[in-house]
Design a protein around this ligand. Structure first.
Ligand code: SF4
Length: 66
């Protein structure tokens, strides 16, 4: 079964969550797409808010994916 959920930034195959350069920064949402590599993901990271990023692609194998 494949879900019909929307284009959530948190489910993007190019998203990598890493530690920031300083302890006070905490976690940083980095994009590994070749166009934006190393930049922060445009997000948003809110429930039920889809990203309008044109580079988004679904991450395979997540919960609910077949
Ligand atoms: S910027 Fe776009 S392509 Fe990059 S991780 Fe975020 S949603 Fe995915």
């Amino acid at each position: 079964m494949r879900t019909t959920e929307g284009r959530l930034a948190a489910r993007c195959r190019y998203l990598r969550v890493t530690l920031g350069s300083r302890p006070e920064v905490g976690l940083v949402n980095r994009c590994e797409h070749m166009v934006r590599e190393g930049m922060e993901c445009v997000g948003p990271f809110l429930d039920d808010h889809e990203t309008d990023c044109g580079l988004w692609e679904r991450k395979d194998g997540g919960p609910g994916e077949a």
